[in-house]
Design a protein around this ligand. Structure first.
Ligand SMILES: Nc1nc2c(ncn2[C@@H]2O[C@H](COP(=O)(O)OP(=O)(O)OP(=O)(O)O)[C@@H](O)[C@H]2O)c(=O)[nH]1
Ligand SMILES: [Zn+2]
Length: 383
């Protein structure tokens, strides 16, 4: 696995890596950072025509109803006629690209799937150029590996890089951090084993005095909202209201999860915002980039709660997916309480899309706002 983690760092730097499986070797280059020169070099090193690998979400956004025979993970386009990298970048992430003349999408190989998994783990646009190595090039490839110019990793372990962390979180450090809304508070930092993500358990009050069903908030990181008070979303206020509510409920835990942008990362969230400014909603913009409507999973949240000895909770959320994840993961949710931020001119469309397209339980509040014209989600409505 360690080789895969190293490879993810190379990919984030815009370098190619080599994936190995029984079928042979495949050279993989992230679409981010590909230029004409890199494309030429990749083709030369592999000794064959590369292909562009895209997710099923991206293909759907381009209007292709492509299903491979094992499901809908994505497709690969042989890019014979395409020699300029700009065209590839447009195919991977432009709202307007529909394909190239006569394109035919092939099913993904294990290495192609592994490439997409690594792009996601690296928080890049989930698209890659892949090229099967011609056997005649093997000697050159071995030389590059021996010189430390190219990292070779197993395609199978690379494909598993997104779920490699379950159950292995490290409890790294902790300290008392008194907060405005809750003076008696302890931060405990957990690190995923590959070192790429850190999550924080904010423990509010005295665990000895907690209710039997512990108040819990799962908060996904939002740098723009949490730190800068962005008006595009409701996260900053939800964060503070979350701490405040837990304090008032007698103490509990807020998990601050490294899931920026519903799991797509800050760079992609900013790309998605730019597309929202051109008219797309929050879900369609993510899909243009190749992502599903919500890329988060909550395995690490379950692990942290169990590590903290918590099995029964009162969950502060409007998101049915969080409820389902807790219940399926063996944490009993005895009740759910809504949690709201301020409605602004700028976040109204975002919240409406979440309610209508992703099933978030915000309808009542949005309706009330429409009726009264009031600009706050002030009620801590309980359902
Ligand atoms: N991709 C994407 N992510 C966004 C956008 N706006 C906000 N986010 C992210 O959405 C996530 C919101 O997470 P949470 O605060 O946990 O909220 P939630 O899933 O709506 O659920 P609850 O607040 O619990 O009801 C954060 O990771 C934000 O960074 C957007 O337009 N696009
Ligand atoms: Zn936000």
């Amino acid at each position: 696995m360690r080789q895969v983690e190293r490879a993810i760092f190379d990919i984030r730097r815009g370098l190619p890596v080599l994936l190995r499986d029984e079928a042979g070797d495949t050279l993989v280059h992230p679409i981010e950072g590909i230029g004409d020169e890199q494309l030429r070099k990749l083709t030369q090193t592999a000794g064959c025509t590369p292909g562009l690998v895209l997710t099923a979400h991206r293909l759907a956004a381009m209007g292709h109803n492509f299903n491979d025979d094992r499901g809908t993970r994505g497709g690969r386009l042989r890019i014979e006629g395409v020699s300029d990298s700009d065209t590839l970048t447009l195919l991977a992430a432009s709202r307007y690209a529909r394909g190239v003349d006569g394109d035919t999408w092939q099913a993904l190989t294990m290495a192609d799937e592994a490439a997409l998994a690594m792009m996601r783990r690296a928080l890049l646009i989930p698209a890659a150029i892949t090229a099967r190595i011609d056997p005649e090039q093997s000697e050159r490839i071995e030389q590059l590996i021996a010189e430390g110019e190219l990292l070779a990793v197993s395609a199978e372990s690379a494909r598993a890089c997104q779920n490699s962390t379950v159950g292995l979180l490290g409890r790294i450090s902790e300290a008392e951090i008194p907060l405005v809304e809750a003076e008696r508070t302890r931060f405990i930092l957990f690190r995923e084993p590959d070192g790429l993500r850190e999550h924080i358990a904010v423990v509010i009050g005295d665990p000895e005095q907690w209710d039997q069903a512990v108040p819990v908030r799962l908060h996904s990181a939002c740098l723009t909202g949490d730190l800068f008070g962005s008006l595009r979303c409701d996260c900053g206020e939800q964060l503070r209201n979350g701490v405040d509510s837990i304090q008032r409920m007698g103490g509990g835990v807020l998990l601050y999860l490294a899931q920026e942008g519903r799991g797509i990362g800050l760079a992609n969230k900013l790309r998605a915002y730019a597309m929202q400014d051109e008219g797309l909603d929050t879900i369609d913009a993510d899909q243009v980039l190749g992502f599903g409507e919500d890329e988060r999973h909550y395995a690490m949240a379950l692990d942290i709660l169990i590590e903290l000895g918590i099995r029964r909770i009162q969950l502060l959320t409007n998101n049915p997916a969080k409820l389902a994840a807790m219940n399926q993961g063996g944490i009993e949710v005895v009740n759910r309480q809504g949690i709201y931020g301020r409605l602004t001119n700028q976040n109204h469309r975002y919240l409406t899309a979440k309610a209508h397209r992703a099933g978030h339980l915000l309808d009542e509040v949005l309706d009330e706002q429409e009726e009264t014209g009031s600009a706050t989600f002030s009620r801590a409505a309980s359902k």
